[in-house]
Write a protein that binds this ligand. Structure first.
Ligand code: TPP
Length: 456
């Protein structure tokens, strides 16, 4: 990394408002600087590389279009917010990313006024942004409120609960769907197939061009007519694209748009901002790990990564040869399943993280990745257990918090034999407070019928 940081455009920016004034020529230069800085710091400190690289242009387009002193962005999970942190007054301290007392790995309200909502667990952004939109309307405010959510995070129930209420309330809200077709591992479920539907028909594109040209040529009212026509077109297009789903939730659907084409992104964000009557969903297609070949090639590995050589992407081994809990668990589960064909493994979007990927390789028909759906994972397991199977549900301690009621109501109260294997118990270090597994003993031990064991 030979970037001359003293001269860089990035370091010359004091306020995110300055991004609004950057020229079309400056924005791509800043994108390149952001990528360099993110790769440089993450290679030393570890962190969420591929998600952050994938939204560099999207972040720039958001800050170019919206006024961060007034408008509010809620990032979902927040693991993709490194460029946002760099552009909102934290560039000079970014080298402290994920260190004690340094810049947090996720947006945090106590860290910056631009971090409008604290995150770390997925699928909360639409609900939180909708709350902010209602608060704005009650206070007579005018600001835009945006939620930026990934296609993986959209698979969770809470995201759909947010969409459902947003469509019902009809408040002004912009949901930006960052669709890179991958969660940590490839995204799962019917939704991911639906999202990949594309509209590439030439005749629709040609028709659009002709009609808009004609309407715009009408004196005085031409522009307004063109906007109406575009909305009609968006609705029409939605039958051929994933938009149909969101239109059913009473969102105006715009997209899909190439998430690395800055002018197109800015144009589409302006269109979304111009919709005044109800929620909008802007569908943005991005490439996870964009701009860094090793991460583009293996986005799962570079989703969250330890130290690596920035030039090559090669991992720098930690030197710790002790087998991990995850590794031993994954191997043992396979051994147990060799002897018991009723044993099933369930993960909520974390096959690698929980070690159940070994099980998936050996027994694909007895393995289920349910997506980022911890609550569903537990009740789904309860259904299997009620039918004579023995499910093993492998979820990190912090994410299992979500499924407390399902553990009490669906598993323990019915005395169903479900085994929970709780990874990342205890303090997790760099990921910080949202990810510490410090509550599991407290939230599991008092539940009748639950037997709690701590391996050592
Ligand atoms: C409730 C919860 N479960 C699991 C995770 C772990 N996790 C972090 S990011 C992520 C994948 C998110 O995928 P997507 O929303 O598509 O974003 P991308 O990383 O692809 O940009 C997962 C499973 C989490 N943060 N929260």
């Amino acid at each position: 990394m030979t970037e001359n940081t003293a001269q860089s455009l990035l370091d010359s920016l004091i306020s995110p408002k300055q991004v609004m004034d950057l020229s079309d020529e400056q924005l791509p230069l800043l994108a390149a600087e952001l990528r360099k800085r993110i790769i440089d710091v993450v290679s030393k400190n570890g962190g969420h590389l591929a998600p952050s690289l994938g939204v560099v242009e999207l972040t720039l387009a958001l800050l170019h279009t919206f006024n961060m002193e007034r408008d509010k962005i809620v990032w979902d999970v927040g693991h993709q917010a490194y460029a946002y942190k760099l552009l909102t007054g934290r560039a000079s301290r970014f080298h402290t990313l994920r260190t004690l007392g340094g810049i947090a790995g996720f947006p945090r309200r106590s860290e910056s006024p631009y971090d409008r909502f604290g995150v770390g667990h997925s699928s909360t952004s639409i609900s939180a942004a909708l709350g902010m939109a209602m608060a704005r309307d009650l206070a007579g405010g005018k600001e835009h409120v945006l939620a930026v959510i990934g296609d993986g995070s959209l698979t969770a129930g809470e995201a759909f609960e947010g969409l459902n209420l947003a469509g019902h309330m009809g408040r002004r809200l912009i949901v930006v769907l960052n669709d890179n077709e991958i969660s940590i591992s490839p995204n799962v479920g019917a939704l991911s197939l639906f999202l990949s539907r594309t509209l590439s028909r030439r005749w629709v594109r040609q028709m659009r061009k002709d009609v808009l040209q004609l309407l715009r040529s009408i004196p005085r009212i031409g522009q307004k007519l063109a906007l109406y026509a575009m909305r009609g077109e968006w609705s029409f297009k939605s039958f051929f694209t994933p938009g149909m789903l969101f239109e059913a939730f009473r969102f105006t659907y715009i997209g899909p748009v190439d998430g690395h084409d800055l002018p197109a992104l800015c144009r589409h964000l302006q269109m979304a901002a111009a919709v005044e009557d109800g929620p909008v969903l802007l569908h943005v297609r991005t490439c996870k790990g964009k701009g860094y070949a090793p991460a583009e090639k293996d986005p799962t590995h570079f989703h969250g990564v330890g130290h690596f050589e920035p030039e090559t992407g090669l991992l720098i081994p930690s030197g710790n040869k002790t087998p991990s809990f995850t590794g031993i668990f994954g191997k043992t589960l396979v051994e147990l399943a060799e002897k018991d064909d009723r044993l099933l493994a369930i993960t909520a979007a974390m096959p690698e993280g929980t070690g159940t990927n070994l099980f998936e390789e050996r027994f694909p028909e007895r393995f289920v990745d349910v997506g980022i759906c911890e609550q569903h994972a537990v009740t789904f397991a309860a259904g299997l257990a009620a039918s004579g199977f023995h499910p093993v549900v492998a979820i990190y301690s912090t994410f299992l918090q979500r499924a407390y009621d399902q553990i009490v109501h669906d598993v323990c109260l019915q005395k169903l034999p479900v085994t929970f294997c709780v990874d990342r118990a205890g303090l997790v270090g760099e990921d910080g407070a949202t990810h510490h597994g410090v509550f599991d003993i407290a939230y599991l031990r008092h539940i009748p019928e639950m037997t709690l064991l701590a391996p050592r």
